[in-house]
Write a protein that binds this ligand. Structure first.
Ligand SMILES: Nc1ncnc2c1ncn2[C@@H]1O[C@H](COP(=O)(O)OP(=O)(O)OP(=O)(O)O)[C@@H](O)[C@H]1O
Ligand SMILES: [Mg+2]
Ligand SMILES: [Zn+2]
Length: 322
């Protein structure tokens, strides 16, 4: 079945809450996610775009500064907010479960970091889940995630699973060491620390469910038609399936439309076409969006708004002049 080669399906699916945009470094993740966020906002949806890439470049794309603490309105685009966060944190600064105002003594702290170290990645997962929770109060309709290059993003997507695993581990330890722990931490602290674990587990379960629900969460893979990027896209699609995360769209960015006169463009386009044909064939069930290489970089709101239109119009597959 031939799918329309645009991002329109994402605008039409009104149930979506989280859209993750990812791919290899430099392929156009920020440009694509910012454009998609802009399109949604123009449709009257209240949108937040979050960059989870420590090397942020939302600011370059929108040509404005963003805070890491709270959503900042994007100048020139109604209904759109932006935020740049740092998803890596210091594990020593954690309290698990994250009770505010809870004073832990050193031995309890040691115990907690011991548990945390038993589930690799749990620290990141916890800080990310705290971030997600902190967004509740703003009531965004959709959150678009501009993610870091693939490896990091896969860790991020695994965060609900990790949390689930972490909590189960803690519940098991709690049951095993109940007596010793309560005497170390004091019964009152013990209850505070471990009392509502089952409750926490339910909250995590809700996040897991949202992540795995194709009506609420989807992933957009961005690539360029070159070997390494193709290879990463395959890996991404494979891992997403493993995590049971939906994907409906692949953006092939920076596609050349050569003319007869330029030998360089013609030969690069030939190379691109080979990979493009592979993707179109392999992912015929998905919306594979072809985006032409532009003459200049995409910076600032006005350029971004023009770029948006490319994602909504089905582009021809380039023909290579002989
Ligand atoms: N189709 C295109 N035509 C021309 N320039 C483009 C196109 N898509 C993206 N660019 C430009 O390419 C550069 C990289 O794009 P972008 O920042 O979106 O990539 P990224 O995947 O987010 O990179 P990083 O991995 O560094 O975050 C930017 O300067 C952007 O303006
Ligand atoms: Mg980027
Ligand atoms: Zn040329």
């Amino acid at each position: 079945m031939d799918q329309e080669r645009t991002l329109k399906n994402l605008l039409e699916k009104k149930t979506l809450k989280w859209i993750f945009v990812g791919g290899k470094g430099g392929v156009g993740k920020t440009t694509t996610s910012s454009s998609l966020a802009t399109l949604l906002a123009q449709n009257g949806v209240k949108v937040l775009i979050i960059s989870t890439d420590p090397a942020h470049n939302l600011c370059d794309c929108f040509d404005q500064k963003f805070s890491g603490k709270e959503p900042t309105p994007v100048a020139g685009i109604e209904n759109l907010w932006g935020m740049e966060i740092d998803p890596t944190i210091d594990p020593n600064s954690l309290n698990f479960p994250d009770f505010e105002g809870f004073e832990t003594d050193q031995s309890t702290k040691n115990f907690l970091s011991e548990i945390i170290s038993q589930v690799p990645g749990i620290d990141e997962a916890m800080s990310f889940s705290a971030l997600i929770k902190s967004l509740d109060k703003y009531n965004f309709d959709v959150v678009v995630f501009d993610t870091a290059p693939t490896g990091h993003t896969l860790r991020l997507l695994n965060f609900p699973n990790l949390l689930e695993k972490g909590i189960e581990k803690i519940i098991a330890l709690k049951n095993k060491f109940q007596g010793i722990l309560s005497s170390i931490a004091g019964q009152q602290n013990f209850d505070k620390l471990f009392g509502d674990l089952e409750e926490k587990k339910k909250t995590v379960q809700l996040v897991v469910n949202q992540m795995k629900d194709p009506n609420r969460t989807t992933f957009v893979a961005v690539c360029i038609p070159e070997f390494l990027s193709m290879y990463e896209t395959d890996r991404l699609v494979y891992e997403l399936a493993k995590y049971e995360i939906d994907i409906q769209n692949i953006v092939i960015n920076q596609v050349l439309y050569p003319n007869e006169t330029c030998k360089m463009c013609r030969s690069r386009a030939k190379m691109q076409k080979k990979y493009m044909d592979q993707i179109l064939e392999l992912y015929e069930d998905l919306h594979v969006v072809i985006v032409p290489l532009q003459e200049s970089e995409v910076r600032g709101v006005e350029n971004l708004k023009k770029f948006c239109q490319l994602l909504l119009t089905q582009q021809e597959i380039p023909k290579i002049p002989e």
